[in-house]
Design a protein around this ligand. Structure first.
Ligand code: AMP
Ligand code: ZN
Length: 479
């Protein structure tokens, strides 16, 4: 019996998730268990983080919390792209940071610092745990230059008047992550804006860009063995992830937009430089949409945490909303759905508050049947999360547990356990919206209890409806 139980526990611990590299759900096997190295491509700090960006970072936060629940020790590294990169991923267009600076009348350094701070303020509002190492591209220029030197020594680069490029023809299976056909890639890039005519293949990407020609006035610039300039966007992630996590590490995350270019290029340049696999698992988050379109700065359909606050909505309701959809499904944002999430969240807070207060009397009064139920709720919750981080199904278990007939003390304990992953700050919001129980309310509660005891549920329900109209939430032992 004990062996069976242990086996069951072991099975529940297996974490499986979708690996974009292999396009299959795989069992997670870290290189050096229980240690796990995880790298997240961080924000480009030239504007406010919008709630589309933030969906992604809450997604990463859930991954970290599930890994911790499973007993892994995660070392999480996230970069800050403060060098600025071009408006297109393909080394073309204007530099985003310079553009932001011009608009705000600030220096590029001030812009980067300001928006990095704002990014973390938004993260804090959503209770996103900070990465163990937050690394700025501008503070790792040497590591990037060293990596380019390695690539040069191995024959993967060529130089034009405008920059140093990675030669994708030298790297076998360049499109392994996206599964794209290289010829399709050619057309897609060719239709884009101006590019360096000296590029051998349109998908060759810049490792280093010289401050000449259209970049002559670029503010951020560094000396390099090839001439003054600044790094291409992709190289910072390879240099910093490998610096902090080793040449091969466990998990790399990003948004789905990173698949065709950014992560494809990260893999190519990292593996070309080391001859080893880069990251073993890639996780990509789907987008937050508005009216069927990606929420983005360029479409002008974005909202920030401040917009949420201006609507007097608790930002954690947004976190709840994100959790209602699986991270690999698009989520369409509407104010109605956010308000519905806020209502659900307030209900959670109220139930937690009531079950905490009234729960003490029911402590240690568990029947075997109830004990089994509680174990089942716990294991179902973690099983769903261990099954490709299925937060909507895990949330459904939360409500199932709260509606069950287990004692209040156990409902409260379960909520605390669930919140380790959900991160909805339940314990800190126990008394939010809590109404004082007046003498009149107490009388109504007693009357209702008597009707329930007598089996007169019609009369009891009338009082329940009256209390709900008065703004109370009722939590019965058996709902
Ligand atoms: P950026 O600062 O533009 O590099 O974006 C930072 C991260 O946010 C990237 O991983 C993007 O994939 C992600 N992202 C951008 N827009 C959205 C969106 N509408 N929904 C979800 N993630 C997004
Ligand atoms: Zn990156």
């Amino acid at each position: 019996m004990i062996e069976q139980l242990l086996k069951k526990e072991k099975e529940a611990e297996v974490l499986k998730f979708y690996n974009s590299l292999t396009r299959t759900i795989e069992e997670f096997k870290p290189i050096n268990s229980p240690s796990v190295g995880m790298y997240s491509c961080g924000p480009t700090v030239y504007g406010y983080a919008h709630i589309g960006h933030l969906r992604r970072y809450v997604g990463d936060d859930i991954i970290k919390r599930v890994l911790a629940l499973d007993g892994f020790q995660v070392k999480h590294v996230m970069n800050i792209t403060d060098v600025g990169h071009l408006t297109s991923d393909a080394d073309e267009g204007e530099d985003k940071m310079e553009k932001g600076a011009k608009l705000l009348g600030k220096s590029v350094w001030e812009v980067a610092k300001f928006f990095e701070e704002q990014f973390f303020i938004s993260n804090d509002a959503l209770n996103i745990k900070r990465a163990d190492i937050v690394c700025r591209a501008t503070e790792h220029i040497d590591a990037q230059i060293d990596l380019i030197k390695k690539l040069e020594a191995r024959g993967f680069t060529y130089q034009s008047e405008q920059g140093i490029y990675f030669d994708i023809s030298k790297f076998a299976n360049y499109t392994k992550l996206s599964g794209q056909n290289l010829d399709d890639l050619k057309t897609a890039v060719r239709e884009d804006v101006v590019s360096d005519p000296a590029k051998k293949h349109p998908a060759d990407f810049a490792l280093w860009i010289f401050t000449v020609g259209r970049f002559a006035n670029h503010t951020m610039r560094w000396v390099s063995p090839w001439g003054e300039g600044f790094p291409g966007w992709h190289i910072e992630c390879s240099a910093m992830s490998m610096k902090y996590l080793g040449e091969t590490f466990d998990i790399h995350t990003g948004g789905i937009d990173h698949i065709p270019t950014h992560h494809t290029n990260e893999i190519a340049q990292s593996e070309a430089a080391t001859g080893k696999p880069f990251a073993n698992y890639f996780i990509h988050h789907e987008f937050l949409m508005v009216d069927g379109k990606k929420m983005s700065k360029s479409l002008g359909n974005l909202y920030t945490i401040d917009d949420i606050k201006n609507h007097e909505i608790n930002p954690l309701a947004l976190r709840y909303l994100y959790l209602t959809t699986h991270y690999r499904d698009p989520l369409n944002f509407t104010w109605e759905s956010l308000k519905a999430s806020e209502t659900a969240l307030s209900k959670l807070y109220k139930i937690a508050s009531v079950t905490k207060e009234t729960g003490e009397e029911t402590r240690n009064t568990l029947s075997d049947e109830k004990l089994t139920k509680i174990d089942q709720f716990r294991s179902d919750f973690s099983s769903f999360l261990n099954d490709d981080f299925n937060t909507p199904k895990a949330l459904a278990i939360v409500w199932k547990a709260l509606k069950s007939n287990i004692p209040h003390s156990d409902k409260y304990d379960l909520l605390m356990y669930f919140d380790e992953i959900l991160g909805l700050c339940i314990n800190a919001n126990l008394n939010v919206g809590k109404k004082e129980v007046t003498v009149n309310t107490q009388k109504l509660l007693e009357e209702r209890e008597n009707f329930r005891k007598e089996g007169n549920f019609e009369a009891a329900d009338k009082i329940r409806d009256q209390l709900i109209k008065m703004g109370y939430t009722l939590v019965d032992d058996k709902v």
